[in-house]
Design a protein around this ligand. Sequence first.
Ligand code: CAA
Length: 283
Amino acid sequence: MSAAERVAALRLETLELHLTDSILTIAVHRPEALNALAPQVIAELREVFGLLRERLGRPLVADGEDLDWSIRGVILTGTGGKAFIAGADIKTMQTMTVDDARVYASEAHELFSWIETLPVPVVAAVNGYALGGGCEIAMACDVIYASENAKFGQPEVALGLIPGFGGCARLQQYVGIAHARELIFTGRHIDALEAERIGLVARVLPDTGALAEAARTTLLQSAAQSPVAVSLAKRAIRAAQALPTDQGIEAELEAFVECFESDDLREGTTAFVEKRKPQFPGR
Ligand code: CAA
């Protein structure tokens, strides 16, 4: 069974899944808590991204040549129009022990690293509040698009907490250390246009309809390219983010050279020379 077929068979309580034209939309649905990341939401996101991680870009059948590219992009969003994700679940954290907190954050960290290493692009479509853990999961995606009503922030210090789902590390990568410190130390919310100005958001759309359309258009545009090349580019970009520049460049070299083992490179370059559209085999 392909990843798309497996995803279609999942039954989840806090996530709504829609698959169209190889683009999977995952919408967090906890209307009573503005889609806050309760442990159950983290567990269900782990189920979906864990499945994608195990399957995508891997042989469809044992020893088979064809790789599973049945899903070519993922959109992460929230239901309800008011919130993308309003953070980690404050009511759950109120009674957590130190050990519970370690498990909660470790499972979130692992999930976020699965998103970052998925071989297909993931767009966060932020349609309302993206606070605390909501902003943090958006930053683990490849690109953040926002509707005009979106609000971002790391308000944890107001709760006696710090950003604990990767915000201290990732926010400075997006916006630079000065903006990151200012946002984290004050906990203030910023609107979509300010988030775009400081580099957190790639594009602001007028409303949620335009937001969904833009995310989909970007992923479909990416899906028309070589899946091997897109996944290797994602790997090289992440390596460059996490490593010192010289090691990042080394990782890029390895990924570049790996392209030359692929049928996609033969097809892409041959199609260019023959002046036709490439038909990428995805291997
Ligand atoms: N966790 C649990 N429940 C939440 C929640 C959260 N993060 N955010 C909102 N809710 C709940 C509210 O408690 C409320 O439930 P009740 O009706 O049962 O009281 C419901 O969602 C609606 O929220 P509000 O009534 O507060 O809605 P509002 O329009 O007045 O305000 C808001 C909206 C400004 C987003 C406000 O809800 C808010 O400030 N939420 C908390 C945001 C936050 O601090 N997030 C960071 C969490 S800590 C974290 O994420 C740590 C980490 O890094 C891992």
